[in-house]
Design a protein around this ligand. Structure first.
Ligand code: GLN
Length: 195
């Protein structure tokens, strides 16, 4: 499976390494033309306002909305989760606005700006190592959204069909199982599209 990592800002190379370690082929995506032959795309962590601005500037908002309409999988991590959300608490503007979740940015406050934990995730056998950095939380998820994990009662991993999102940075550890999970989603979508 050929998986793109949106390379406008943020943790790009780490995601590429994780995808390759999980058995996929990774491509850094800087131009919308590159989307055509991808089986899925990752929107990395970084700063969502900056990523959103650059996405607008380079035509990625419409191009990725189209990509999603074709049923091709998108995986948003941390800031990337904010980019996917249909609603962002306290701000009018959304970015892709394709996933039926409401997110709160920087939801852990200053005390817990960054931390690591072992997190059980539905569909993955043993807990995964999750690194949270100024992380957002999913405050609300529509009925069609499958909650894959919670931390202190709050949603931190969710899936809605071909869309996957997590609050933390799965690419900053040597645990590639969430990337393997996403590769599986890409395989399923490719099979459904008759590829
Ligand atoms: N706090 C950042 C934002 O709101 C996200 C942080 C991250 O991606 N590590 O965009």
């Amino acid at each position: 499976m050929k998986i793109g990592v949106l390379a406008l800002q943020g943790a790009v190379t780490e995601h590429m390494r994780s995808i390759e370690a999980a058995g996929g082929e990774a491509v850094a995506v800087k131009l919308t033309e590159q989307l055509e032959d991808l089986d899925g795309i990752i929107i990395p962590g970084g700063e969502s306002t900056t990523i959103g601005k650059l996405m607008r500037k380079y035509g990625f908002i419409e191009a990725l909305q189209q990509f999603s309409k074709q049923g091709k999988p998108l995986f948003g991590t941390c800031a990337g989760l904010i980019v996917l959300a249909k609603q962002i608490e306290g701000q009018e503007e959304t970015h892709l606005g394709i996933m039926d979740i409401t997110v709160a940015r920087n939801a852990f406050g200053r005390q817990r700006e960054s931390f690591e934990t072992d997190l059980p995730v539905k569909g993955i056998d043993e807990p995964i190592r999750a690194v949270f950095i100024r992380a957002p939380l999913i405050k609300e998820a529509a009925p069609g959204v499958d909650v894959l994990s919670t931390y202190n009662g709050e949603i931190v991993t969710a899936r809605q069909g071909h869309l996957l999102a997590c609050s933390y940075h799965p690419e900053l550890t040597d645990d590639y199982r969430l990337h393997a999970y996403f590769l599986n989603m890409a395989q399923e979508a490719a099979a459904a599209a008759g590829k």
